[in-house]
Design a binder for this molecule. Structure first.
Ligand code: ADP
Ligand code: F6P
Length: 463
């Protein structure tokens, strides 16, 4: 921590790792980059359950300037808070999937009580001079709980995932309570202007709020700054990863296996928001409509398992494996397997090598807060032979990366056409598009995510 700087206290459900271990999830990656640079306290869940979770001592691990303090949950808490409310109610809803959202009062109770308990355990560890920064949809109520316990310092909140339009959000039985609780924060940050507008729209339409200058909203006697802070990656660091020995080993291995074939990759947690089924169909359509690609391209989908206890995720895995089998069965030859799916984790260095070996990266979520994979792919490219990014119009990253090939992920034809265009793109166009994207990833607004948010938090309430 630099002299005179306030201590950063970050709060999120997942905590760590600070190193390059394979851990899929944009929040863990974004926050560990930020904490490594600035130091501070990172508080959240240990990843463990125990019968005495509620009372057990917090565990603290210190690495350099960062202390990571975590507490356990009980099995019931994990079920109601994490699997129930966070991932069966809020996740689908905020990703515009009302059809997949379930609401029940037990999990809502568990969610509120975990927010309260985490706030109570955090309160003795913080001072009013700290900058407290709460992350993501697991902890909408944590700020208001901290306020009730008497905390007077600055508290900010950042939502890593989308905020859906008010017409959808009002389906959540506790929608009013939840947004009112968000007003306890001094700054609430979103990935894109669309998310910010949806939140502000809810405050105006549903809670009778009014817009003030400086991206502020007033509801009753509360004024909160609601602003956009797109998250980025440590681009120079990732670029270095891409030329590390571990990356080169993976890059070479993949190039050797591919031979003359062009490599297409996708890297996503196995989640229905990522549009994987639609992507596989798009690849199948490529082989159908542009048969010259048969035997000439190969598609590797890295898809680490995520939340695999939930039915929707079990069903997705089944569907993807079936579809990959169907595509291979239909097009494979003795010496060519068109599509491969891998569920294992990789270190980020290894991933960087995989991105670098690819001619095309498919990032086609049906809805995504930002999508760091898109930015990592850009940072990892070989300047002498850069690849092409095919990017969904529904990924937050689209705002900063208009030079990608933008697709509608729901349209099988559109995905197939974009793939064909990417695979046949002349070097000059590939180079021009990649340079523009590189500039955005290295020097655009997201290259400064942590400082921009904390600057806004520090200045909040100062007119
Ligand atoms: P989300 O937060 O929804 O998972 P993002 O694309 O924003 O989506 O972030 C995913 C992060 O997880 C990226 O930084 C990516 O490198 C990392 N990741 C994805 N797959 C793997 C994997 N197999 N092993 C390790 N890290 C992974
Ligand atoms: O970035 C979105 C996010 O949902 C994070 O909040 C979360 O930590 C990550 O993806 C992975 O999901 P989970 O924590 O449920 O494994």
């Amino acid at each position: 921590m630099a002299e005179g700087q306030r201590r950063l206290v970050a709060v999120s459900n997942r905590v760590g790792p600070l190193n390059d271990e394979g851990k899929a999830g944009g929040l863990a990656v974004g926050l560990s980059d930020a904490l490594r640079r600035r130091g501070g306290l990172w508080f959240g869940w240990s990843g463990e359950t125990s019968d005495e979770g509620t009372f057990k001592e917090a565990q603290t691990q210190v690495q350099g300037e960062v202390s990571m303090t975590t507490i356990d949950m009980t099995e019931e808490e994990l079920e109601g808070f994490y699997y129930g409310y966070a991932n069966r109610s809020l996740w689908p809803l905020l990703h515009y999937r009302l059809d997949l959202a379930h609401f029940d009062r037990q999990s809502e109770r568990a969610y509120r009580s975990v927010n309260q308990r985490f706030a109570a355990r955090l309160a003795p560890l913080i001072e009013d001079e700290d900058l407290v920064w709460v992350h993501d949809y697991h902890f909408f109520f944590l700020g208001s709980e901290l306020r009730q316990s008497g905390f007077k310092g600055k508290i900010g909140f950042f939502l890593h995932i989308p905020f859906c339009p008010p017409e959808i959000f009002t389906a959540l039985p506790a929608s009013h309570d939840l947004v009112r609780a968000m007003l306890a924060y001094d700054v609430v940050g979103f990935q894109t202007d669309t998310d910010r507008r949806n939140f502000v729209g809810f405050c105006l339409r549903e809670l009778g709020g009014e817009k003030l200058e400086g991206h502020r909203v007033r509801v009753g006697d509360r004024v909160v700054r609601a602003d956009t802070f797109p998250i980025g990656i440590d681009a120079p660091g990732f670029e270095r990863f891409a030329v590390s020995p571990e990356a080169s080993e993976h890059e070479e291995m993949l190039r050797e296996i591919a031979g003359d074939r062009l490599q297409i990759v996708g890297v996503d947690r196995m989640d229905y928001s990522k549009g994987l089924v639609e992507r596989f169909r798009g690849f199948e359509r490529l082989l159908e409509d542009y048969p010259e690609n048969r035997g000439k391209v190969q598609f590797l989908q890295v898809a680490p398992l995520s939340r695999s206890e939930l039915d929707a995720y079990v069903e997705l895995r089944r569907e993807l494996e079936e579809l990959a089998g169907h595509i291979n069965g239909r097009f494979a030859t003795l010496d060519w397997t068109p599509i491969q799916i891998m569920t294992r984790g990789f270190t980020r260095r290894a991933l960087a090598g995989i991105y670098r070996a690819a001619r095309v990266c498919l990032v086609t979520p049906l809805r995504d807060g930002m999508n760091l994979v898109a930015k990592e792919f850009v940072a990892a490219q070989d300047p002498d032979d850069p690849g092409v990014l095919v990017l969904s119009r529904f990924a937050g990253a689209r705002a900063e990366l208009p030079d990608a090939l933008i697709v509608n992920p729901y349209s099988t034809d559109d995905v197939a056409r974009a793939l064909q265009r990417a695979l046949t793109m002349p070097f000059d166009e590939r180079d021009r598009r990649w340079r523009a994207m590189r500039e955005a990833v290295f020097a655009g607004p997201s290259s400064n995510w942590c400082d921009a948010f904390l600057g806004a938090l520090e200045n909040s309430g100062v007119d």
